[in-house]
Design a protein around this ligand. Structure first.
Ligand code: IPD
Length: 289
């Protein structure tokens, strides 16, 4: 679904640069705390607590505990803000800000002990329950086993904090040729969706340097921000997979978009170095050329 109006979402006046910095730093502190929790308190024999869209779309007890920690922190420190979480759904607020949280993005990797997973925390304006009607304005993605935390605030650039405390500004790659691009993507959990995604990736593969499937959309977007990927696309992702990574990639200079004529969102999310955005979009939607 698209927004009712074509006007871009404008930042409210009260959301000053200082306030955005505070929100980014709060998102970072909360993402780091939850990331620490999922590593230090991971049960020795971690199992599947529940499944969602299919038998392979899993929830662990640590997804639930991480989201509980994030919700308690947001309720304590920002009681007027709304929350949208992967496991707990939406709760209302009065401030006009919504925290969009993914307690573990890359849950399947986490279940297997694969290090490519992260906690993703974003602050958004607009209506996060409506496709294309919201915008992330600050956020953080904390990947504890990589020892990396990515963060950004609207208009203030994006940075990475490494395990040894170094803070590095982020910038997308200068890739200008799709045939030389390293492109990340991801797949949903339903067989029919995967058939579609498999067909799309099969026609793209001969046209790029190579394809990567990391297993965490939030980190894929951060890898575009840092130049470790030249681009990323995926159809079917949710607001909590996208929100923090979107503001980080945007602030690092990425071009972002969705299906032709639509916003970045569930139908399609694309984030690339500016030099390959048009060619990747054309490749994914040849009929719209
Ligand atoms: C998933 C990851 C994965 C992407 C899926 C998402 P989850 O999130 O981000 O990379 O391909 O579409 O659902 O389930 O691990 O939170």
């Amino acid at each position: 679904m698209e927004r009712d109006t074509d006007a871009p979402l404008a930042l409210p006046e009260w959301l000053s640069a200082e306030e955005l910095t505070r929100l980014r730093d709060l998102a970072t502190a909360m993402a780091d705390d939850a990331a620490r929790l999922v590593v230090t308190e991971r049960p020795r024999s971690l199992g599947v607590e529940a499944t969602k869209s299919s038998e392979v779309d899993v929830v662990t007890v640590m997804d639930q505990r991480s989201e509980q920690l994030l919700r308690e922190r947001i309720d304590a420190e920002r009681p007027d803000d709304a929350i949208l979480g992967e496991e707990g759904g939406a709760s209302e607020g009065t401030s006009g800000l919504t925290w969009v949280v993914d307690p573990i993005d890359g849950t399947v990797n986490y279940l297997y002990g694969h290090p490519f997973f992260a906690v993703s925390v974003a602050v958004c304006i607009g209506d996060t329950t409506r496709e294309g009607a919201w915008l992330p304005v600050a956020g953080a993605v904390s990947a504890p086993l990589l020892g990396e935390t990515y963060a950004a605030a609207h208009g203030q650039g994006a940075h990475l904090v490494t395990a040894d405390g170094r803070r590095e500004p982020l910038a997308v790659s200068d890739c200008e040729r799709l045939e030389l691009a390293l492109v990340g993507t991801g797949f949903g959990y339903e067989a029919a969706k995967r058939e579609e995604q498999g067909a799309a990736v099969a026609q793209l593969l001969p046209k790029v340097r190579d394809i990567r499937r990391g297993g965490s959309a939030a980190l894929d977007l951060c890898f575009v921000a840092s130049g470790r990927l030249d681009g990323y696309y995926e159809s079917g992702i949710n607001a909590w997979d996208q929100a923090a990574g979107q503001v980080i990639a945007t602030e690092a200079g990425a071009a972002i978009g969705g299906a032709p004529g639509g916003e970045m969102g569930k139908a399609m999310a694309i984030a690339t170095a500016p030099g390959i955005f048009a060619d990747l979009t054309d490749c994914l939607f040849p009929e719209a050329r």
